[in-house]
Design a binder for this molecule. Structure first.
Ligand SMILES: Cc1ncc(COP(=O)(O)O)c(C=O)c1O
Length: 413
């Protein structure tokens, strides 16, 4: 008798997203995702931290939530309270912080607490794909506000809030990545942050501040967090160790008033985020975060310089971009004739992975020739070779750039 394969299709839940694609291995040149620099993971420091903390406190692993309760490992929250005060001007107690499984879980929890199908939220026009896909899945209307070199434009935000009010629509939040925005890498200056807070208060719309790149400004300085500047407490602040230490650890955090945090905690039904990661991070970060991050920043700065040089050399004036103010991404505009979604497909076949603009924007027309390049994980050599290959593929497909490395070539007929 031959066994038939069980068919799960009839029992699947209604309304599931499309199935995930099977991972087929990393491309040769990977400019996608929010990955970090493999050479800057502080391996020795993490090893020593793991050894020390496990010997001292390993017995607490026998208890869900360690000996710290459901909000996360207390020493990590204490480190964060000190760090957020020093770097972002945030005055909070360790008990105002909830540790989560990467800031993606924070996005889910904030959305879970605030959003219902049919709601409207305001976001930056070009923004984090993970935020956009979640909103689409929740059937929430995401209204994009254009950005300039200082981040979200306040004239456009004011106009949109007024329009929505006239239509009796009160958005549920204004989502912003004000400090090293993804994908544009802009930093919103303090005066604009004040305008944003004023508008949020005038219209009664809370701010959802996603600050996961805030440690990666080139100068190591940043404006105060919106959370710190708000006098009414109408800001929810989230952050992450993914960009400052390593994304695979999956450790992020939320800072919010108990009124909101208690609601999130009630939705966080996973019995706590991974404890070992929290313990190792706390043990490593308390003494070493301050010396680790500048080394990471300068490695990233070196890589973005290599990327900008490679783009200049290979694409010439066909690739437009602004020198980013920090972070791990370059947001690049190619000529209008380049359909970036097509470039994405052919480049991937050739072994170069890019993030196509339309997946990172609410505005299809604006983003159809734009791409986001992550420069943190490839080596400088891979950056150079990857950009050369991308230019070759782009020229073959679109006749752009007409000249590569100052050598004129014929475009595909
Ligand atoms: C703006 C933004 N928010 C949140 C995340 C999620 O990060 P993680 O879940 O690794 O903390 C990312 C990741 O790239 C991001 O770019």
């Amino acid at each position: 008798m031959t066994a038939r394969t069980f068919d799960f299709a009839p029992v699947l839940s209604a309304g599931l997203p499309p199935p995930a694609a099977k991972w087929t291995g990393a491309p040769s040149f990977n400019f996608t995702g929010g990955n970090n620099d493999p050479d800057r993971v502080p391996i020795d420091g993490l090893l020593a931290a793991a050894d020390a903390v496990l010997r001292r406190e390993g017995r607490t692993l026998a208890t869900y939530g360690l000996a710290s309760g459901p909000q996360g490992y207390r020493a990590l929250r204490e480190f964060l309270a000190t760090k957020l005060k020093r770097d972002a001007g945030i005055s909070c107690a360790f008990d105002d912080i909830l540790i989560v499984s990467g800031s993606l879980q924070a996005l889910d929890l904030v959305n879970g607490v605030l959003l219902t199908r049919g709601d409207t939220v305001i976001i930056e026009q070009d923004t984090y794909q993970g935020a956009l896909t979640r909103l689409a899945r929740l059937r929430v209307n995401a209204v994009g506000i254009p950005l300039d070199r200082d981040g979200m434009r306040m004239d456009a935000l004011a106009a949109e809030l007024a329009t929505l009010q006239r239509r009796n629509i009160r958005p549920k939040y204004i989502y912003t990545i004000p400090t090293v925005q993804n994908p544009t890498s802009t930093i919103m200056p303090e005066h604009r942050r004040l305008d944003l807070i004023r508008l949020s208060e005038e219209y009664g719309v809370p701010i959802f501040e996603d600050d996961c790149y805030a440690d990666l400004t080139w100068e190591g300085r940043r404006p105060p967090a919106l959370y710190a500047m708000s006098e009414t407490g109408g800001v929810i602040h989230i952050g992450s160790f993914s960009k400052s230490i390593a994304p695979a650890l999956r450790v992020g955090y939320v800072v919010a008033r108990w009124e909101v945090l208690s609601r999130m905690l009630a939705l966080k039904t996973d019995a706590g985020s991974g404890a070992l990661e929290q313990m190792v991070l706390a043990e490593f970060c308390a003494p070493h975060f301050g010396e680790h991050v500048p080394k990471l920043r300068s490695a990233l700065r070196g890589k973005v310089e290599a990327l900008m040089e490679a783009l200049d050399e290979q694409f010439g004036t066909a690739a437009e971009f602004t020198d980013p103010q920090g972070g791990i991404f370059l947001w690049v505009k190619l000529p209008d004739s380049v359909d970036i979604l097509r470039l994405y497909r052919v480049a991937l076949e050739a072994g170069v992975a890019i993030n196509p603009g339309p997946e990172w924007s609410t505005n299809v027309a604006h983003s159809r020739s734009r791409m986001r390049l992550c420069f943190a994980s490839p080596s400088k050599d891979e950056i150079r070779r990857g950009v050369a290959l991308l230019a070759e593929v782009c020229r073959t497909e679109f006749g752009v750039p007409a000249r590569i490395a100052n050598v004129e070539r014929r475009a595909k007929a």
